[in-house]
Ligand binder design. Structure first.
Ligand SMILES: Nc1nc2c(ncn2[C@@H]2O[C@H](COP(=O)(O)O)[C@@H](O)[C@H]2O)c(=O)[nH]1
Ligand SMILES: [Mg+2]
Length: 580
């Protein structure tokens, strides 16, 4: 069975051999066809779950194409914002709210142009009580920490986040907040700004750190509600929203393939209409006078995710699209879904039971949800409802570009690690040999055998090392180890800085996967830089097999080389990328 499986995998890889090097680097055959048609940096779509792939293929294999339902989120999924200007709206609006409504020092307004949308990244955690922002590895060890904008030294970090003290802290609400979406990056920046200001101007900000975070959250939240952000986007969408030429064709192809398509967004109807009309009109279909609503069977706005996915009591309203008014509805009661939808397919609110009814699906695994919010779109829908999930990570494009241009550095780190392993082994062997000699001596001293030249069994084990040579060699190994470890630390830091000067690689913390990567792995069946990479609706997304470290060393046939990477093993930096 195993061999046949491998054979099949290999033949699939060969069949997709046109990919060339880049895709092979990560061995993801699932992205091959997409790669050919899209820009490289946007094209890689990764699959992590066997079940997801097999479901897709079984569905198609049984001719049950219509049962596969595609639901997508809108903001930062279909609609990619120009973060630089879009986040500036949140930042400036919230800063203004903090000063004018919540009484923070007016001097803060002088910082209104200081926002740097690159400074914080997704997956970081705000430590509200301490005023810190932290990055952890998948085991929840804190590996990078800022207090405001000041980096904590290793010693400070290890004291503050001593695992014995924090007792495997959950790093969850109410004292911590995870940056689960790009929308929350301005929150982090504002929080750091206020903490910095509080430290630099004692007495001017008297609120506790946790109260500062609450105030920041309220101020940003208000900007999303009171029209500050949405009116400016509506006035000039092209300034804030990127146009992806593949987006509408992708939605059209999915629909034409027989799938039911749904839009499920927390944005209210008026804003959804603005954004989707803009995206649609920017496409060829839009120029032909079509209507974006024709892309979807059902449109649910103001969905209050994650509540939509959890709370069965949330009521559904139908939206009268002409007036924007809401009409009460209980959902489907006597009629079929088609009859019910004939009365209008745009809704507000509701919950997942309404959606499943409208789709006439029995199990969540028939539905693929594409979203960008790790918690509200991906984790909840997967955990609660068993939906298939695809996480859109626009940052992936940058990560992949940097990965691709730093393979030599990674290979060097890998080779240094290998050198460290060898030195460690030699050191331990020699140390053991000296211990053995010491034990023999002690034994000899107690029974008199070593000193009287007794040629018993122990004497036949002639020492492999002269003692003083061994001690010198131990010293040499110790010093070489110190040098190699320092080189690994220096090279790893430089490697991470290539991704981000403060936080390093999004998916890694040091050599381990980051908490963000762990969540991607656990909850996203697929992940991609851009939703439009689903351009091929009938594509079979074969997954990347799971590996524990020992799998790489023994037994696995399906190494990165077998998956199509240019070289196997540790020397090309590819296996080490996976090893990390
Ligand atoms: N009231 C708030 N709304 C927010 C906040 N952050 C984002 N948003 C809005 O949510 C939707 C997201 O829509 P989806 O398509 O991704 O489900 C969008 O309208 C944002 O403006 C917030 O902090 N408070
Ligand atoms: Mg979204």
């Amino acid at each position: 069975m195993q061999a046949a499986g491998v054979q099949w995998v290999l033949s699939v890889c060969e069949w997709h051999g046109l990919v060339g090097g880049l895709v092979g680097v990560w061995g993801m055959t699932g992205c091959v066809d997409v790669l050919v048609t899209c820009h490289v940096q946007q094209s890689l779509t990764y699959s992590r779950a066997f079940s997801c792939c097999s479901t897709l293929s079984v569905m198609l294999g049984r001719g049950l194409v219509l049962c596969l339902v595609g639901t997508t989120d809108m903001d930062y999924t279909l609609s990619q914002y120009n973060s630089e200007v879009f986040e500036m709206l949140s930042f400036q609006g919230a800063l203004n709210n903090l000063v004018t409504r919540l009484g923070y020092p007016e001097a803060l307004l002088e910082r209104k142009d200081s926002y740097d949308h690159h400074y914080f990244i997704r997956g970081l955690v705000v430590d509200k009580v301490r005023g810190n922002i932290i990055k952890m590895d998948r085991h929840k060890y804190v590996k990078v920490a800022l207090h405001g904008f000041r980096a904590l030294s290793k010693a400070e970090r290890e004291t503050v986040y001593d695992p014995t003290e924090s007792a495997w802290n959950s790093f969850a609400e109410p004292n911590y907040a995870v940056l689960d979406t790009i929308f929350s990056i301005p929150d982090a920046y504002l929080f750091a700004l206020l903490i910095d200001y509080k430290d630099a101007h004692p007495g001017e900000i008297t609120q506790s750190n946790i109260q500062i975070y609450t105030d920041v959250r309220r101020s940003v939240d208000l900007c999303h509600r009171d029209g500050w952000i949405k009116e400016q986007v509506a006035a000039d969408p092209s300034r804030f929203i990127h146009v992806d030429p593949n987006l509408v064709p992708m939605l059209q192809r999915l629909r034409r393939s027989g799938r039911k398509m749904f839009l499920l967004t927390n944005s209210l109807w008026d804003y959804t209409e603005v954004v989707m009309t803009f995206l649609y009109n920017a496409s060829e279909a839009g120029r032909d006078g079509g209507d974006w609503k024709d892309l979807f069977d059902v449109i649910i706005c103001g969905s209050c995710k994650p509540g939509f996915l959890i709370d069965k009591r949330l009521s559904l309203y139908r939206v009268d699209v002409a007036s924007g008014q809401l009409v009460n509805t209980e959902g489907i009661i006597y009629e079929t879904a088609d009859e019910y939808l004939a009365g209008g397919k745009v809704f507000q609110g509701g919950n997942w039971t309404h959606l499943h009814q409208l789709l006439n699906i029995k199990t969540g695994s028939q539905l693929l949800y594409v979203g960008d919010h790790m918690y509200s779109d991906i984790l909840r829908s997967k955990r609660q409802l068993g939906w298939r999930t695809m996480l859109v990570i626009p940052e992936l494009a940058h990560e992949i570009n940097v990965l691709a241009s730093n393979t030599t550095q990674l290979a060097r780190i890998d080779s240094l690690r290998h050198q460290q392993d060898m030195l460690d082994d030699s050191f331990e062997c020699l140390r053991g040999e000296l211990d053995r000699q010491d034990n023999l001596k002690t034994l000899g001293a107690t029974d008199g055998s070593a000193s009287n030249g007794d040629s018993g069994a122990r004497d036949s084990e002639a020492p492999a090392w002269n003692r003083s040579d061994a001690v010198k060699e131990l010293e040499r190994l110790r010093s070489e180890l110190t040098t190699v470890k320092a080189a690994i630390a220096k090279d790893t830091e430089a490697y991470h800085e290539a991704f981000h000067p403060v936080w390093g690689q999004l998916f890694k913390t040091g050599l381990q996967n980051s908490t963000f990567a762990k969540q991607v792995e656990s909850y996203a069946c697929l992940y991609t830089a851009s939703a439009s990479n689903l351009l091929q609706p009938n594509r079979y997304w074969r997954c990347w097999p799971d590996h524990l470290p020992h799998d790489w060393k023994f037994g696995r046939q399906e190494t990165p080389a077998a998956m199509g990477s240019p070289k196997a093993g540790g020397e090309d930096g590819v296996a080490s990328a996976v090893d990390l």
